[in-house]
Design a protein. Sequence first.
Lengths: 204, 124
Amino acid sequence: MKTEPLNEEENEILQEVINIGMGQAGASLAKLLDVFVNLSVPRVSWVNDDDFVVKVGELVACSGESWAGVRQAFYNQLEGEAFAIYGANGCHQLSGLMGYDESEEMAQEELLLDVTNILIGACLMGVAKQIGKQLDFAAPNLVGIDKPLAELLYSRDREWDQCLLIEVNFCLEEGDFSCHLVMLMSEASIGQLRSGLIEFMESY
Amino acid sequence: MSVALLIVDDSGFSRKAMLKSIPEGWDVNITQAANGEEALTALRKGLGEVVLLDLTMPVLDGFGVLEGIRDEGLTAKVVVVSADIQPKAKFRVMSLGALAFLQKPFNKESLAATLAECGVYSED
């Protein structure tokens, strides 16, 4: 059975719920790096597996450059996978802010995994908590460093016929660091998501 | 006399939630704006004695609205209502002249308490 995409009202509530999760993730990043983080307006769309890479390319809007990507799956009442996509210069800046030596490749990889874990965890837990749903996470894994975007995005756990695509981004006021969080929520989770969103709305 | 209250948020849902959470019996005349530019336009017309202001918005964000109020010498009592919970965000809006910072998600009680603290609304 085909799942109905979210209607306009549900989309609006979801954006607000994501906004709250993103705010928590941004605050965690600000604390970790001791910087001011600029937040974005969350973007939500419904995609097919075929147009996923193109769509994310549009959202990130800088194809052709090289990126680092970390992927983290989530499951339980909501399921899907999330990607954190970092610009190459941003990775260097991140190491610098944390006082790491750039020559330490292992350290940089660990740093990306840690930062991703914090951002995705705070953002999605923020969402799940607002709408009263259970959520667990798999360990994050590094998909690649200095790779074109498409290559990072093709390494997915599984294919989704249709899914909900959520994008938020964080950038620092100073320097080149930016991170896009791209979250894919499976069609099977939409029922749970919808019931949670309606409950959240009714709490007002 | 009723108070000119301006609600500024890009999310229609969030504006509705604010409308529903306004203390009952508070005599207000409400205007809504979906971004910072719309907010400044309303403020120039005197439609915002008290402002409930979101921060993360397209076109012009809440920080930009506070700067506009300062630069144009507009008079408004601003309560920031935002999910941007960085201590530095709060510090910045307070330095730009906001009276209070209310964290999202808010509810009726926390909104009434914040408005009362700022002296723009009294619970009795």
